[in-house]
Ligand binder design. Structure first.
Ligand code: HPA
Length: 269
């Protein structure tokens, strides 16, 4: 099946849940942070063409409901390139949301903190990214119905949305930092030497998601906001070994504050 046809079919299936203009992707350990009113949900497996996640801590469902009266789509869990999914599948949900009429995409993730001064538990807005995946979700024939062959990436993470996020965070008394996110393939965590190299390249945060979705969203003309929960200091920044358990524990510890931020912010996007 043609990729556009696959996208249209999934969009038709999701349109039965509602017509949201904002979509929020909730990452590792964060899938519970944004409660919806009048929610209708489908598991990834129930949406034709959706890839199905395999990793623990990523539930895999799409829900549409309201937050303070505003229609919002929430994606709980995501698939990653390291699971073996090609990037065209990793970004499939985002393209479906674009087709559904979504104009603004909020991407959340868990990350390792590289920049000096970051601590586990920090909430950080993405100001830009580095794609270290070795692949690009737009590789292959261009989907002209979605966007151009060579899309601009000068401002992936929308400046106006970032300003709104800072305003809302300040209103709630939450500290929200900003940083550059580097996406690595994983699933092994980085070596200390890799982290030193990434720091020299300008990375403040490292993780295994978000960048493909942000690229596909910009290609399709969506506005993007990225919010990261620093779940651990990156390899070698602290002497402690890294573990998935720590990642999930820290994101769950910060879930309440991220939830407050999103609940106040999302209706204003
Ligand atoms: N590295 C890569 N991905 C991550 C990390 C990390 O330190 N923490 C959470 N996701």
């Amino acid at each position: 099946m043609e990729e556009m046809e696959r996208i249209e079919r999934a969009a038709t299936a999701l349109s039965k849940l509602g017509k949201p203009e904002v979509a929020v992707v909730l990452g590792s350990g964060l899938s519970g942070v944004l409660p919806l009113e009048q929610e209708k949900a489908l598991s990834f497996g129930e949406v034709p063409g959706f890839p199905v996640p395999s990793v623990a801590g990523h539930a895999g469902e799409v829900a549409v409901g309201t937050v303070h009266g505003r229609a919002v789509l929430v994606q709980r869990g995501r698939v990653h390139h390291y699971e073996g999914h090609p990037l065209v599948d990793v970004v499939f949900p985002v393209r479906v949301y674009a087709r559904l009429g979504v104009r603004t995409l909020v991407l959340t993730n868990a990350s390792g903190g590289i920049a000096h001064g970051l601590e586990a538990g920090d909430l950080v807005l993405l100001s830009d990214h580095l794609n270290f995946l070795g692949d690009n979700p737009l590789r292959g024939p261009n989907l002209d119905a979605l966007g151009p062959r060579f899309p601009d990436m000068t401002e992936v993470y929308d400046r106006v949305l970032r300003k709104k996020a800072h305003t809302v965070a300040a209103e709630l008394g939450l500290t929200l930092k900003e940083g550059v996110y580097l996406a690595t393939l994983g699933p092994s965590y980085e070596t200390p030497a890799e982290i030193r190299a990434f720091r020299a390249w300008g990375a403040d945060l490292v993780g295994m998601s978000t960048v493909p979705e942000a690229i596909a969203a910009r290609h399709a003309g969506l506005k993007v906001l990225g919010i990261s929960c620093v779940t651990n200091l990156a390899a070698g920044v602290s002497p402690q070994p890294l573990s998935h358990e720590e990642v999930i524990e820290t994101s769950q510890r910060r879930a309440a504050d991220l939830g407050r931020l999103l609940t106040a912010l999302v209706p204003r996007l």
